[in-house]
Design a protein around this ligand. Sequence first.
Ligand SMILES: Nc1ncnc2c1ncn2[C@@H]1O[C@H](COP(=O)(O)OP(=O)(O)OP(=O)(O)O)[C@@H](O)[C@H]1O
Ligand SMILES: [Mg+2]
Length: 583
Amino acid sequence: MDDNKTVKQITSNKGSWKRFGYVLSHARLPWIWIVVVLIVSLAATKLELLLPQYTSNLLNGDTSAHMIKLALFSAGALFVVTFASNLVQGIGEVSITRNLRSVVWKRILGTKPSGFGDTQPGEIISRVTTDTEVIGLFIIKILYVMIPSIYFAVSVIITLYGINHTMLYWMLACIPFSVAATVVWGRYNFSVQVKVYERISNLTHYLSDRITKMPLIKSYGTEEEEVAKGEEPIEGMYKARVEAQKVMCAGNIAFNVIMGYIPNVILMLLGASLIGKGQLSFGDWVMFFMYTSRMTASISVVIFEWADIKGTQGAIMRVSGIMMNPSEFDETYPEKGAPEGDIELRDLQFSYGTKEIFENLTMTIKEGKKTVLVGGSGSGKTTLLKLLERFYDVGDGQILFNGKDINTYDIAATRKAISYISQDAPMLGDTVREAVTYGVGRTVTDEEIVQALEAASAWDFVQKMPAGIDSSIGDYGCRLSGGQRQKIALTRGLLRNSRYVLLDESTSSMDACSALNVQKAIDNYIQGRTCIMISNNVSIVMEADEVIVLKDGGVEAVGDHESLLRDSATYREFCSQGRECQL
Ligand SMILES: Nc1ncnc2c1ncn2[C@@H]1O[C@H](COP(=O)(O)OP(=O)(O)OP(=O)(O)O)[C@@H](O)[C@H]1O
Ligand SMILES: [Mg+2]
């Protein structure tokens, strides 16, 4: 996926402004907040512009009650508005980040598994958590810092021009040096920031991977080893952050000298000389000082933030990569109904990257029948089910439902027509009830749940749980045994009540005989539906209407148990190695 570059691949910020425009136009930004932040920031800037003028008037002798009142009022108002602007920019920032996060999350949900390429889950997580935050802060900095600073600097230049040209020109002469320093610093800062975000996502990936595999770490006693391994991403992040701090500090010093210290020295020497010659009043000199120090601060803030923004470009590239991925939610389909009928695979070719799985796969899966897929490990059985679920797009060839290409059907309707119970029986929900009704999409009565649990042979253990179907199953079903988890996953698949049922080794964690019993109960439940199964249980396979043997990227043989024992070497080998139940 070209757009979906991993953080490691982003070493250039080319095109990031275009991508920033894309993010802005698709991020459902809270425009009301943005306008409020801008207005309040500009109001605070306007008040800041008034103060030096009133101070100058006072120092030049205008000590009228009116002038004192104006000066005091503007100072008070500035205090209040500054407080208000801090508040609105804080809320504005979190609102922008929230909206952007929701959009990115929706986009992730709309992306096919194939759309993420090799990007690790940890990296994707840090795009939703960290990168969106960086972009939210960036937008706020533009509104809250850069635009008001530019407004302030331009207003001050106009005002100071009217007081004394020479002094102003000397001040402005410092700007090109500052810009040059910024360009150099900005480039370096970009590469340092890219490194920081790379390390953040490395650490997130490492932690999320290890935390989910804690039992494995414990049972193999590798805690010490993992502590040592964890040091690497933690230390890596520390080093990148130290480097970033050093770069930030060097930039700060350079800008303070060029835009702070040097102009002040000029102002002092030049101002003293002009006052001596009677060409400048004391009040105007003070006003010059007040304006200049604030103006140089504004200009250096603009330049500094501009350079700092370079570090944001990595986040923009990564987030826009996700946002520009094609989304299933945007697709339109000519067929409005759900798929039905026979499933036909015609000259199908499919590869994961360069690894070819199917070279020329042709088969027909008959409607209302139970078909079993048999083949060696890695022969593509699970992949075939994933292609029917449209997790991946096929290369050449076609998958047809009732003679119509799978791509013409609405993707959500296709998945709704299929109950896919995958090999690893994943589940979501805190209780049995939540786990078995997840994604069922209709109200399910308790009787129906019990009936489905019975069909999947799960009712025996569920009824013994403390709160029956409302008992907790732990995160991802961690309080259940492997076989129990498979029974819960089966129950969910049955409740979905779909036309097609895909079972990928869904009884593999049960002993051979209970697996056969569960299968018989399921067979009753799925009467009249089209079922595609993968199983290493010979007793189950023998009961199938049809067995399809996969080999070398194609179909080796099709038939029933007896005929395949005769015709297929792969099937004979499967039967000699597979599990069997002697009832
Ligand atoms: N996401 C992926 N990216 C790259 N290669 C993959 C991916 N998923 C599977 N593969 C590879 O594709 C091949 C087929 O995998 P698949 O899971 O379909 O095999 P299988 O027939 O179900 O095997 P098993 O009986 O062991 O479950 C394997 O060699 C596997 O390594
Ligand atoms: Mg498999």
